[in-house]
Design a protein around this ligand. Structure first.
Ligand SMILES: Cc1cc2nc3c(=O)[nH]c(=O)nc-3n(C[C@H](O)[C@H](O)[C@H](O)COP(=O)(O)OP(=O)(O)OC[C@H]3O[C@@H](n4cnc5c(N)ncnc54)[C@H](O)[C@@H]3O)c2cc1C
Length: 579
């Protein structure tokens, strides 16, 4: 079972009713985007992903990217052709400014297209995803000459980009990198060192690969304050010569087999400094924030694909009898309440994750494009607050939902034939890379709660209160009560963490359950808004399903927050016993 059909109606619903894509379309910079064509655009992307990309997903799993003895990398059958079609159709350029050849779509709409690409083939989608991050970094911090030299071909997809941070001794602790960069008289640098785990670090789909690479200049300060950022191309454009970068290995992995995860050896490779020496970590954060939301969407895309597949399987697989049926006929497993619980849990988490990812993208658009400075500042706070929640919660849900999908298949999920296990194996990396989910939780509980002493989160709590009032007015008092209860716990735990900043061990100990609590509550808020919007759609099966999903989430999943609160506020004392 390898088909994928993008959930066009669900995507349009969130774009129009949970976020306000119409308002985003009116922001300066988006004149080329006509919101009246939104449905055509999303439908066309859905068709393309289903037809051109999804059929390559299984091949990539069965036939991983491989390194050849000469250091080149061969991608799975069909990947290069599918990527070429993606480039020719102009999709890579869609969410970038027209100045360098972009299609001028809002980031919000670009993210919806990304969801479909990820669900169609996550391993392949990582190549343009990393390229997007490189474009953002260069577009924000590059000189005009660098932008002219590198952006057009990255934006068109003719070249791809990578992100080179990790070294054997420097994973979460990026400040521990030792790759060296030595300045030459001509202003270029020579880069020497080894980078590991580099996604799409070498491949056969594009003529050039632009490695954005962190390294240290001589006498740089220790830690993150001494990191510089360089453009290190596979082929040096001015002379067409191969740079001194060798792919010395491609890792064997649990999932995303089609994506080559490379060990790259830089041996006096030519590099070009971005911005100032020793300021590279800040620049890389531009790329990482963008990439974190993209990784959140990986969790979402895989969750959606897994729930589609599980629902289809549950309608076909016959086991047991339906309650009260005396005919002796076996029934499709979808009639069993426990299977229904699994399917509805998958659907509810997927929809909540979609709402959160899209709302975060909407804040990113406002942050960069709103004409009013105060609005931009407010949106920046919101995007900063929601990004770690989206990254960690949506990817944890991706793992959970793909695991439930496997469970729906029973033994047929555990064997490889149905493809259900591929979604689970592919999803498992998402809580690990782009800053582990533990690191996201720490970021939320420390830096993000540091914004106005928890003020950014309290603003969200206030908006949840307003949604509760609307739910009351719309005769959804039970939903309003469940959401208010969760919001009270989010408020109380926020206060506890802010008040305990003097004892950092206690704050760090509570970070992960706090992020989960925040994710569940924000997800509940957005599904509450979704229920209100569904109420305006009239008597349609689609609206009834949206309401039922929101009700299930708010009444049966959201109460988990009560169980999380004690872990947030317990402090670190018990945890230390593990040492
Ligand atoms: C398939 C794949 C693709 C990747 N792609 C790229 C890429 O393209 N570019 C790139 O640069 N890197 C890439 N990475 C690297 C990835 O980002 C790192 O694996 C990740 O940052 C974690 O680093 P680590 O593996 O060294 O784990 P560690 O940092 O050793 O972490 C191990 C555990 O300790 C926890 N931990 C570590 N430090 C702290 C702390 N201070 N406080 C609390 N907990 C902590 C972590 O949360 C984790 O649970 C990729 C990795 C994989 C597996």
């Amino acid at each position: 079972m390898t088909t994928y059909s993008a959930p066009v109606e669900d995507i349009l619903f969130v774009l129009r009713h949970v976020t306000d894509v119409g308002a985003i379309a009116k922001l300066p910079g988006y004149a080329d985007f006509d919101v009246d064509h939104l449905e055509d655009l999303i439908s066309e992307a859905a068709r393309f992903m289903a037809e051109a990309i999804a059929p390559t997903n299984r091949t990539g799993d069965l036939e991983p990217s491989r390194r050849n003895p000469d250091g080149t990398v061969t991608t799975p059958e069909g990947f290069a052709a599918a990527y070429q079609r993606y480039v020719e159709a102009g999709w890579p350029a869609a969410p970038f400014a027209p100045e360098y050849g972009g299609g001028g779509l809002p980031w919000l709409v670009g993210l919806a297209i990304q969801e479909m690409f990820t669900a169609a083939n996550m391993a392949l989608s990582l190549c343009p995803m990393l390229t997007q991050g490189a474009i953002h970094l260069l577009g924000t911090h590059g000189t005009p000459e660098q932008k002219t030299a590198w952006l057009p071909k990255l934006i068109s997809g003719e070249w791809s980009g990578t992100m080179n941070l990790t070294e054997p001794q420097a994973g979460s602790d990026v400040g521990a990198i030792t790759t060296r960069a030595v300045r030459r008289a001509d202003g270029t640098y020579r880069i020497t060192g080894q980078k590991i785990f580099i996604t799409w670090g070498e491949h056969d789909m594009t003529d050039n690969i632009v490695h954005l690479t962190l390294a240290r200049v001589p006498d740089a300060p220790a830690g993150t304050r001494g990191i510089s950022c360089f453009i290190v191309p596979k082929v040096v454009p001015c002379n067409g010569e191969a740079n001194r970068i060798e792919c010395v290995a491609v890792e064997h992995k649990m999932g995303i087999h089609g994506s080559p995860t490379c060990v790259l050896q830089f041996d006096e490779a030519v590099g070009y400094l971005i911005g100032e020496e020793n300021a590279g970590m800040g620049y890389m954060f531009t790329m990482m924030n963008n990439a974190r939301l993209s990784v959140a969407v990986e969790g979402l895309g895989l969750a959606d694909r897994a729930q589609q597949q599980a629902a289809e399987f549950a309608r076909e697989r016959r086991q047991g009898r339906a309650l009260g049926d005396r005919s002796g006929q076996s029934a499709p497993i979808v009639v069993h309440p426990d299977v229904q619980r699994m399917l509805l849990t998958m659907r509810a988490y997927t929809e909540a994750a979609r709402c959160l990812c899209y709302v975060t993208a909407e804040a990113t658009d406002v942050r960069h494009h709103h004409p009013d400075e105060a609005e931009r500042a407010r949106a920046e706070e919101r995007a900063d607050l929601l990004t770690p929640i989206a990254k960690a919660w949506a990817t944890d849900l991706g793992v959970e939902v793909t695991s439930i999908g496997l469970q729906v298949h029973g033994g047929y999920g555990y064997i490889e034939e149905t493809g259900a296990s591929q979604h689970f194996r592919d999803a498992r990396i998402t809580p690990i890379y782009e800053g582990t989910n533990g690191i996201q939780a720490i970021d939320l509980a420390t830096r993000k709660l540091g914004i106005r002493n928890g003020g950014a989160m309290r603003d969200v709590v206030g908006e949840i209160g307003a949604t509760c009032d609307q739910l009351d007015h719309a005769r959804h008092a039970d939903l309003a009560a469940a959401l208010r209860d969760a919001a009270d716990r989010l408020d109380a735990t926020t206060t506890w963490l802010v008040d305990h900043r003097g004892n950092m061990a206690d704050v760090l100990a509570g970070a992960t359950p706090y992020l989960r609590l925040a994710g569940l509550t924000v997800g509940g808020w957005l599904l509450g808004r979704s229920a209100l919007a569904a109420g305006q759609l009239g008597d349609r099966p689609f609206a009834a399903a949206k309401l039922a999903t929101a009700r299930f989430y708010l009444l049966e999943l959201l109460p988990q927050v009560r169980g999380l609160e004690p872990a947030v506020t317990a402090g670190a004392a018990l945890l230390a016993s593990v040492q």
